[in-house]
Ligand binder design. Structure first.
Ligand code: FES
Ligand SMILES: [Fe+2]
Length: 421
């Protein structure tokens, strides 16, 4: 459990909050490129870390992420005209470029403002493999871009997609790094088909080894497997809000298998973009796999045109009690919907003063301690190493069988590093 003060520090992300300031030291996934695919196309509303923004792609293909409100009298720039290298407010025609500089004031006698005199907030952006990244911190602190393997693999070797989650970012992360729920929340009932992985089904009491690293936490969960071996799942938590999902299957080790990861990007204190990434370093994905992992109707969906899941809290995730009796543990279809149902059911910001944690929550406890400590250190002027070293993000999750006497750090070492950039 946490004190109320610590729960507030962990969960609040607006400007000036300790955690909000920590997030503003990192690049963050902001949009899929497909959301503003066209030059001079429709701008898109965007809310991140409690700030209202608008995103647009200008005539030259450059991406702007700027204040949602015009500098003149605060009209919404979402309604603006995206034309000739800038976004023009439709109220009195002031126009702003991707750097937030006002480049035209047609209603004013002088027409053109003095260079740089009038500007709106504008954040730095970078586009990579179908994802637009944003940096919302001070220009003098610009960090390194995290060198995730999926963000630099060739076409057909990666996917990226997102869905809305209607709760605070931290309880979503906690679901991502909590390996013990898999044997329950995502399990199928005995009468149903064989479980997706025999090792999860055979030992529902994993033992956790959590280790702090320069990128965050390495969380290894150990289950009894064949006589004389353990089945290990190694999940990473990477600062400030990423997690990796180990490949699942009845294979002895996962080096040839595609793997997945998440980013939980705070929209505000009570809403989150749940991003899902995947990487297949060893082979290209088939068309079916690309649609399954990346499409709106695939594994991470189904979602509507605004990336809101069709199964959501307003319709109780379409829980089916017959399915719950006969087929799966929850009666809810789809692993991401099962995760969202329990995480959102805690309330938009879970009251951590009322929890009773157990041994299987070690990863969760470590995650909270780490984030609270880093937020405190930042207040004292210390910045995490991975802010300036993107190569620390070049890691893979893994699952593997190891003899009981081989430590996971040694046995899994070769599986845990992505291909060099
Ligand atoms: S409010 Fe935008 S130009 Fe007047
Ligand atoms: Fe889950």
């Amino acid at each position: 459990m946490l004190s109320k003060a610590d729960n507030d520090r962990l969960t609040r992300v607006g400007p000036g909050t300790p955690m909000g300031e920590l997030f503003r030291r990192f690049w963050m996934p902001a949009l899929l490129s497909e959301e503003i695919a066209e030059c001079d196309g429709a701008p898109r509303r965007l809310r991140l870390l409690g700030e209202d923004l608008v995103a647009f792609r200008d005539t030259k293909g450059r991406v702007g992420i700027v204040d949602a409100y015009c500098a003149h009298r605060r009209a919404g720039l979402f309604f603006g005209r995206n034309e000739d290298c800038g976004l023009r407010c439709v109220y009195h025609g002031w126009k702003f470029d991707v750097d937030g500089v006002c480049v035209d004031m047609p209603a004013e006698p002088q027409g053109m403002p003095a260079a740089g005199k009038v500007r709106i907030k504008a954040y730095r952006t970078v586009e990579r493999n179908g994802v637009i990244w944003v940096y919302m911190g001070a220009p003098e602190h610009e960090p390194a871009l995290p060198d995730f393997e999926w963000s630099r693999l060739p076409e057909r070797h990666y996917t990226a997609t997102k869905r809305l989650q209607q709760c605070n970012w931290a309880q979503a992360v906690e679901g991502g790094i909590d390996s013990s729920h898999i044997s329950f929340l995502h399990s199928r009932t005995e009468e149903a088909a064989a479980p997706s992985n025999k090792y999860h089904a055979s030992d529902r009491h994993p033992v956790f080894e959590v280790q702090e690293t320069d990128y965050g936490l390495q969380i290894a969960a150990r289950r009894h497997a064949d006589p004389g071996s353990y089945y290990w799942r190694v999940t990473q938590f990477l600062l400030p809000f990423y997690s990796m999902i180990p490949p699942v299957g009845d294979f002895p080790e996962s080096s040839r298998e595609p793997y997945d990861g998440h980013a939980w990007v705070p929209i505000d204190d009570e809403n989150t973009w749940t991003w899902s990434f995947s990487a297949s370093p060893a082979r290209p994905y088939s068309d079916e796999e690309l649609a399954f992992r990346g499409g709106r109707d695939g594994f991470w969906g189904p979602v509507d045109h605004e990336y809101k899941p069709l199964l959501n809290r307003e319709n109780d995730y379409r829980i089916d009690r017959d399915r719950q009796r006969a087929a799966n543990f929850t009666g809810i279809q789809g692993i991401p919907n099962q995760d969202a149902a329990v995480q959102e059911s805690m309330g938009t910001i879970v009251d951590r003063t009322r929890e009773r944690l157990g041994a299987s929550d070690r990863g969760v406890v470590q995650f909270r301690k780490l984030m609270l400590r880093l937020a405190r250190e930042l207040e004292e002027g210390r910045v995490p190493t991975c802010v300036s070293d993107g190569s620390l993000y070049n890691v893979r999750s893994a699952s593997l069988l190891l003899p009981v006497d081989v430590p996971v750090g040694t046995g899994a070492e070769a599986l845990l590093t992505g291909t060099a950039s």
